[in-house]
Design a protein. Sequence first.
Lengths: 761, 155
Amino acid sequence: MDGLQIIGKRIPKRDAPQKVTGSAVYIQDLKIPGMLYGKILYSKYPHARILKLDTSKAEKLPGVRAVVTATDIPATFRIGVMKDNPPLKTGKVLSTRDEIVAIAATTPEIAEEALSLIDVEYEELPGIFDPLEAMKEGAPLIHEEMKSNVLKMPWKLVCGDVEAAKKESAFIVEDTFSTPWVTHCCLGTSGCIAQFDTNNNLTMYSNTQIPSLAQNDYIDALAAFGLKNKRVRIVQSVIGGGFGSKLDTYAYEYIAILLARKTRKPVKIIFSREEEFFATSPRQCTITKISHGCDKEGKLTFREIDMILDNGAYTSWGATTPSVMMMPISSLYKVPNIKYVAKCVYTNNTYSQAMRGYGNPQATFAIESSLDQLAEKAGIDPYELRLKNANEPGEITPQHFKITSCGMKECIDEVVKRLNWKEKKGKGGNRGVGMASLIHVGGGARVYKSDGCGTIIKMDDFGKVDVFTGSTDIGQGSETIIAQIVAEVLGISIDDVNVVNNDTDVCPWDVGAHASRTTFVAGNSALGAAKKIKAQILEVAAKLLEEDPASLDIKNGVVFSTKNNEKNTPLGKALRKLHYTAGGKMLMAEYFYDPANENFDKEFKGNLSVSYAYGAHGVEVEVDKETGQVKILNYIAAHDVGKAINPLLLEGQIYGGGLQGIGYALGEKMIYEKGRLMNGNFLDYKMPTAKDVPPVQAVIIESDEQDGPFGAKGIGEPGLVPTAPAIANAIYDAVGVRIKDLPITPEKILKALKEKEGSTK
Amino acid sequence: MKQEIVFNLNGEAVRVEVEPEWTLLHFLREVYGLTGTKEGCGYGECGACTVIIDGKAINSCLYPVLEVAGKSVTTIEGLASKDGELHPLQKAFVEQGAVQCGFCIPGMIMSAKALLDEKEQPSEDDIKDSIAGNLCRCTGYVKIIDAIKTVAGGR
Ligand code: FES
Ligand code: FES
């Protein structure tokens, strides 16, 4: 891959100038003439019957243009992955984020005032807030029409024979780990503007991560609302953070649609920060029972996991995260025998969604903590244990993943070297080192029937190109990556590539910005389209230059003969000729890339991704035994990325993911008490600030993935996957206490230290 | 009842009528059309709304608009030169890869500017302190801190 001009370069993000000058337009900034403002009334109780609802006073408030309730939608209309969530509730409410009434008014202030004029009479019902309670025989049903509070999604993966392996294991450990609700904390809150034209076609201004799927959801909704066969256009404004929060469509979007339809005006709904905390869907909490075994030499023999996930009151993608958890469970290190069972359970809590890592952080916390326990029991250095069992290229894992490129050992070695592991491990003095590894999908993930993305490229009269991609830039920089790929293939300056990625009227189909798939899938799609249009350009130039197309190439925007440099023509000139000639034509190419990965079969086996990303994180901590405070002295994040298309942006993903992981490990937790969020603000919810940034090194390992665009794999999510267990392991090394319940707070450490002292006395 | 105030906004004198209950942020975004200043929380906890008032970085979401009378306010729109040349901080943020979704960035840059206007050579801790009230969920702050350092180091 020598001679690359643009790939591998530290090219600044192309939309950064707009963002640093304040001219980027987020959904918050967008106004449409005649626009009204929508606000939503949520349930006062986590579980209650609505006895009476009176909106008459609100309706009479000057400036109020529409009021909608459950009576404005067909009684059977439901949203969500299991279609269990009516966008406006009647009869029973199941959580404090249940939407009951919505108002559209001429100003947000009037809409807010109108909400306060609504009378709702409730009969409060006892709620269930603990999934273990909800699973008990005879527990009241959250959804009365269902037979059980356990979701009908039986997650079960069995590979080999765990029971037999247990008998043959020399060492076995077993323990239980748990993780809390945490939330995305996108700095730009959720929002949309719904607008109908005179023919009842809908335009949705939105910050979704899934334009094509959202389009489909809205079309279904319009049909249910009596507007059959309508067009839906989605225009994405600049997105103020995603991290998985915008992978589904939500009640507020349907409410905006209903209000816009009723008022015949554009209606904007923007969440307040308070709403963003309690009315968006967080990463679900888990309780994980895990056991691990190895033989005398430290070769892993089995891994068994039983997991319970709090689904909350309704179902979004959070319920499907066990599918991705299966990946580390079956395939992080070589483990021949696997058993995994997970249950998602309805409660009267908020309902969960995907968040960066899609279940992987929860599973990896249990796996990597447990592995350290096993290493201790077997008397092996945790690093040796990991290296001994590390994944390798060419391996086929028990879940039938085909491992192509794999830089796991290199990542582990980097961590050991840079942390000075051998010197520092087990040295006491309240200092300690810990590590943890990760596997994640790096070549798309076939979670839907398609994992595809389309690209269209057209050339203008001056040799500049417009690239229309289905992929969404949620801040990660996919626009820049795609521009780099196209510019590299076409031999033109990146400044001559314009990427259009925010309008379903012109952009091709894509399954969404999830599963760290955009660089890989949208990148390959752009690569395919660029190669196609390059062939067309060379064909045209060949005629002009009277050369064989095979001996032509493009560099710096000039088509030239590789045999005779004198024979050349600027790209623009060739294209103009084409446009201005009788019987002329225009150059345009399209390409749809759908990776050759597989849906899971009935046993949840199959090659989910065409390549897998690996990494290892290592951390040195110091624990203050008086206060329980943990200080990170050094943090190494080594990632096998295939090929760094843009190291500048890539490091940003590693640093950003890493700090989210540190937040997950040491501070973040949504505190729910009886279904109510007690810390729904930035003061009480401990998201890391600049003061929490430790000394950190991002280490990039390039393993050259055969199927990746220029060898690249995905890196969007991995940065936070192994952080929490690496820190937990380091704390154990430092002071000998293992915290099994995230976040690792000073209180928990002090308590554990006390218990430890008590037991050794 | 609206009241008239006069103040300096991004280097120019403005005379405007404002409602006493408006915050400066409301005035900037909803009335004056300067949407570069962001609202991330509306209650002083995220820093997305940071502007500079008489040399100090201030959360405009908590600042009553009446109080800017006679003062000098700089927003993110006031940083680049008239011909569009980016301010050194803006350039550094772009070049160092300090920007992802960008929602926190205007506030972040204003906090950094207030620091650099006050201190010629801030320490790393000074830099972290100056942006401790500016939350960013995307970047992990590393490249933001680097960008600010580059500007300080380059003068
Ligand atoms: S909007 Fe002012 S501090 Fe958050
Ligand atoms: S760049 Fe997204 S919040 Fe800072």
